[in-house]
Write a protein that binds this ligand. Structure first.
Ligand code: 13P
Length: 242
């Protein structure tokens, strides 16, 4: 399982120090990985500072170009130099505010994989699509257009319904189960594929989500900023696999 904290544009240097302090009573279980995704300027520091905690540190996006005149962008090479295992691509906030299209996601994911970084590709339907009951087709086409061709391992898909992000509302557990099933079927050729759920995951709803046997973890926004909650969610995932 993978419990990932997407810190988005929150938290500062001192918070990473506080975060490490809250980890003292955490027994990391090697079947459940923990990863955090700080803002770019904090990445190098977070990676170094958390090195002895066995926690992965990843990036929130990357450029789809290898290098060159792309002011403000960050290359997969630098993310690789820092030692990140994961990079989120195509988060709905990046799709909305920074024009990360399916084509971008595919190109960036291909580059990431070439540097041995595992992409966490975000997919998910809008409220309109949910109301039209076309979620299944939409997810299938996102998967088809975002996942690089010819890959056979090392991929995480985060199912994040847009209407659930930051709203406190989650889908019916059965809906999560069904969409995860679709993703797993579409990508049955990928070894060690993980499909994780994101969207208003919290201490209250996480254990039911983790009980679904095709949920391989969570991508957590708001609750990952409250470190005690984040750790409680992690512990709930560990309980689930025992
Ligand atoms: P929330 O957990 O705040 O809903 O955010 C989910 C998310 O966007 C994680 O990437």
């Amino acid at each position: 399982m993978l419990i990932a904290g997407n810190w988005k544009m929150n938290l500062r240097y001192e918070d990473i120090i506080n975060f490490k302090e809250t980890l003292y009573d955490l027994n990391l279980d090697n079947r459940v990985e923990m990863a955090v995704f700080p803002q770019f300027p904090l990445l190098y520091y977070a990676k170094k500072y958390l090195l002895d905690c066995n926690i992965e540190v990843g990036a929130q996006t990357c450029s789809s170009e290898l290098k060159g005149a792309y002011t403000g962008d960050v290359s997969v090479e630098v993310i690789s130099d820092i030692g990140c295992k994961y990079c989120i691509v195509g988060h709905s906030e990046r799709r909305e505010f920074h024009n990360e299209t399916n084509g971008f996601v595919k190109k960036a994911s291909t580059l990431l994989l070439s540097k041995n970084i595992i992409p966490i590709i975000c997919v998910g339907e809008s409220k309109e699509i949910k109301i039209k009951k076309t979620t299944n087709q939409f997810i299938k086409s996102q998967i088809k257009e975002c996942v690089p061709d010819n890959i056979n391992s090392n991929l995480v898909i985060a199912y994040e319904p847009l209407w659930s992000i930051g709203t406190g509302i989650i889908p019916e557990y059965e809906e999560i189960f069904n969409v995860h099933n679709i993703i797993i079927k579409e990508l049955s050729h990928i070894e060690n594929l993980k499909v994780i759920y994101g969207g208003s995951v919290n201490m209250e709803n996480c254990s039911k989500i983790f009980k679904l046997n095709n949920v391989h973890g969570a991508l957590i926004g708001g609750s990952s900023l409250k470190f005690k909650d984040f750790l409680a969610i992690y512990k709930s995932a560990v309980k689930q696999i025992i």
